[in-house]
Write a protein that binds this ligand. Structure first.
Ligand code: IPE
Ligand code: IPE
Ligand code: MG
Length: 271
């Protein structure tokens, strides 16, 4: 069920001087990291896990409450079979090794994506990790595995229609958003893609509508605290307007009354 405490971030302007509440990352560049060192591509994935550990800690230290990591896209099945199977093994091994530590650190662990293509023991391990960590609240760590933004929107539409077969054309954005896999957290404030590519690659299509985008050439295994700080600094230098003018945003920041007024005039009258 959706967590109703979170309104769409396009409805109100978060204070960018604070840490982003939700960071979503496309962890790209593992293969190139390894190739540069004349190592097999999969060695880069191994090192990528270390960068994951580090960024989880970094986010907790910086007061980020939600971190979402793209680990395997619905398109990544197109890779050579041995790389796909290495990635699955690595996911299993890492999960096995890390769940206790995640739990001890108060981290709630979730996986989003179409798990129907995964082998039963992996799915069982994922569901178990989710159960064990369900009540933790220091950080919500979501791993997107066999995830695609289009898949997510389609499954949400289908679920919404199945729940209300009697209705036809009066569904709202809120109802659809409540059926998306990531219905338990705020929309990402900051999106980071490492590895130099400037694309979304079918990640969180719905939720990234107003997210601040940050692209860096740093390859994922090299993404350290300094790189995270640079991304957050870039975020903190942005002005999030959600359609308003800069003058409106600045006036609202100084005057909470104007802020409330501007909220009630949100998105052209709907909701
Ligand atoms: C990202 O690194 C990891 C996954 C997609 C699983 P890549 O493996 O895409 O690395 P490059 O882009 O080939 O360097
Ligand atoms: C995107 O990386 C998915 C993950 C990081 C898991 P890719 O490296 O597969 O992205 P494209 O296909 O090059 O855009
Ligand atoms: Mg890549």
């Amino acid at each position: 069920m959706a967590d109703r405490n979170f309104t769409s971030s396009t409805r109100e302007i978060p204070d960018v001087s604070a840490a982003p509440r939700h960071i979503a990352i496309i962890m790209d560049g593992n293969g190139r990291w390894a190739r540069k060192r004349f190592m097999p591509r999969v060695a880069g994935h191994g090192r990528g896990v270390e960068a994951v550990r580090n960024v989880i800690r970094g986010c907790m230290e910086r007061g980020v409450s939600h971190l979402t990591l793209f680990a395997f896209s619905s398109e990544n099945w197109r890779r050579p079979a041995d790389e796909v199977s290495f990635l699955m093994q690595l996911f299993m091994r890492s999960l096995q090794k890390e769940v206790d530590r995640l739990h001890q650190n108060g981290i709630r662990f979730r996986v989003i994506g179409d798990l129907s293509r995964f082998e039963a023991p992996l799915v069982e391990m994922i569901r178990n990790a989710e159960r064990v960590t369900a009540d933790n609240d220091k950080l919500t760590l979501t791993v997107a595995a066999n995830y695609g933004g289009r898949w997510d929107i389609m499954q949400a539409v289908n679920r919404m229609l199945a729940k209300h077969p009697e209705r036809r054309d009066d569904f709202t954005e809120e109802e659809l958003a409540a059926e998306l896999s990531l219905n338990y957290g705020p929309e990402p404030d900051l999106f980071i893609r490492t590895g130099g590519e400037k694309r979304i690659s079918n990640f969180l299509l719905w939720q990234l509508a107003y997210t601040e985008l940050y692209f860096t050439d740093v390859l994922w295994p090299d993404f350290d605290d300094a790189a995270l700080d640079e991304a957050i600094r870039s975020y903190q230098s942005r002005e999030r307007r959600f359609g308003r003018t800069s003058e409106q945003v600045q006036a609202a920041a100084k005057d909470p009354k104007a802020q409330a007024e501007s909220r009630s005039r949100r998105s052209g009258g709907h909701a």
